[in-house]
Design a protein. Structure first.
Length: 304
């Protein structure tokens, strides 16, 4: 079950689905913004919940969704997948409140993973960084998916005083509704109404050619980020607006990075840990293949 504002989390989820299916698993996916949830969760071996981190919390739409879950008949393993634009440890607190809700419904958190994906607000990552983030995630996901299938529990370390901090930062849920009412459409709007169609909370309406933004905005940035005319002003956060999807392709030329000092040490640690995990996984694969080949050769020798 996943929510994706501008596509980063969906991209990660799709890669997970691919990894699970490569291992012979049957996988169903459900977009949280859809209204008709007709799945019986008791029928599944494992449940996954994926979302982008909003102000060090899960988005408001995730809270609304999981509160509707019935209590399961027996304890069920749950894995959580999170995406954000920076690898700060503070992001780890985003699952505290969701798990306090889901634990009462018989879900047990077994695995938790966080992937850096490029910002859709605050500032635009360079194409080089976006490419590096996605290439790293693509290599990590099959490894992490295997951990889930193997029953190897992996959890992120919680930040000190995480619960009260998460509570404070959840002001974003209210702030999103407050600021969302202040969105405006500029004169260069093409009136394609794409923003109306893609809003996950149906917060945008048009009457007599005039756009109206309601009180249900969750600050997912989908409307402003994907507007082809860059015609939407996002209220108090207009200076943080990012417009236009990333290609995730390696650029031919290196761009100037105006934010290269931003969370520099955190990014370095994130990519270093990822490289080490990927290298260890490759090493184990080589060793396992060598053992397998040895066993096969031994079997043939015994037959001869």
């Amino acid at each position: 079950c996943y929510f994706s504002g501008t596509g980063n989390t969906k991209r990660v989820v799709d890669k997970y689905v691919e990894a699970f299916k490569d291992k012979g698993c049957e996988v169903d996916t459900f977009r949280v913004e859809n209204q008709n949830f007709n799945y019986n969760l008791n029928d599944y071996d494992k449940i996954g919940l994926a979302y982008p981190i909003h102000a060090f919390n899960a988005p408001a739409i995730i809270f609304s969704f999981i509160k509707k879950f019935p209590k399961l008949e027996s304890e069920k393993p749950l894995f959580i997948i999170k995406t954000s634009g920076e690898p700060l440890k503070l992001n780890n607190i985003s699952s505290i409140k969701p798990m306090s809700i889901l634990k009462k419904k018989n879900f047990k958190l077994t695995n938790e993973y966080h992937y850096c994906m490029p910002y859709n607000i605050i500032f635009r990552h360079t194409d080089s960084m976006a490419y590096k983030m996605w290439e790293t995630a693509k290599q990590l996901i099959p490894i992490d998916a295997q951990e889930i299938l193997d029953g190897k529990e992996v959890k992120l370390k919680k930040f000190p005083f995480g619960r009260p901090l998460a509570f404070v930062f959840r002001i974003e849920h209210w702030g999103g509704r407050f600021n969302g009412k202040r969105y405006k459409v500029k004169d260069n709007c093409a009136h394609c109404n794409a923003c109306v169609k893609i809003c996950p909370t149906h917060n945008i309406t048009v009457e007599n050619g005039e756009f109206h933004f309601g009180k249900n905005c969750i600050m997912c940035m989908r409307c402003a980020f994907l507007c082809k005319e860059n015609a939407i002003k996002i209220g108090l956060f207009e200076k943080w607006k990012v417009n236009g999807p990333y290609t995730f392709q390696k650029p031919e030329k290196e761009e100037e990075d105006n934010h290269k000092k931003y969370c520099k040490k955190s990014y370095q640690k994130y990519f270093k840990r990822a490289e080490e995990k990927i290298a260890n996984a490759k090493k184990l694969t080589v060793e396992e293949n060598s053992v397998k080949e040895f066993d096969e050769d031994l079997g043939k020798s015994a037959q001869n």
